[in-house]
Design a protein around this ligand. Structure first.
Ligand SMILES: [Zn+2]
Length: 173
């Protein structure tokens, strides 16, 4: 039996303000589970459930996780965006207006594939930018909005310039 992700919405805070920011992470910073690895072709989001239980969270602490399943990347809804994620290192004024998107695995050791950047832009960032009328400068890496100066999230090899280049390619008109 696969581990099920517990659903405890009573532990979650409801979003009261409109979305102004999208923040990009990798899951290795919080869910350091060996079953959740980049380039594993299986569905891996379920491997994050152990971390949710250990940390007594209401749900996975990202709104979306991008998982590589077989040969392609797929964004999975992991916390409905009507709820907030909990990030003490991010200024509350940003966090309560943020959508958090994580790439599954660790990008401190691996250069991301172009396809991952495309899926991130086409399936997650651009639709939310259209819905909430956001410009590319509203997309941030976790390390750029964190009070923790040693944080590498979403990994040393994630390049914000490459994210923005794909965002400009997939603008929803
Ligand atoms: Zn992060």
């Amino acid at each position: 039996m696969p581990t099920r992700i517990p659903l405890r919405p009573s532990l979650l805070k409801v979003r009261r303000q409109t979305v102004k920011w999208i923040i990009v992470h990798h899951t290795a910073e919080m869910y350091d589970n060996p079953e959740a690895r980049i380039d594993n072709p299986k569905f891996q989001v379920s491997a994050l459930a152990k971390g949710v239980l250990e940390k007594k969270q209401g749900d996975i602490n990202y709104h979306y996780v991008i998982d590589k399943i077989q040969n392609d990347y797929q964004p999975i809804i992991t916390r409905p965006f009507v709820y907030l994620c909990e990030w003490d290192d991010i200024e509350a004024n940003i966090n309560k207006r943020a959508i958090h998107v994580a790439i599954l695995g660790s990008y401190d050791f691996k250069v991301p594939e172009s396809r991952m950047y495309q899926v991130l832009a086409f399936r997650v960032l651009n639709p939310f930018m259209k819905m909430f009328n956001l410009s590319p400068n509203r997309i941030k890496l976790h390390r750029d909005v964190s009070s923790n100066t040693e944080l590498t999230c979403p990994g040393d090899f994630i390049d914000r310039g490459r994210i923005i280049a794909q965002v400009r390619r997939f603008v929803v008109k």
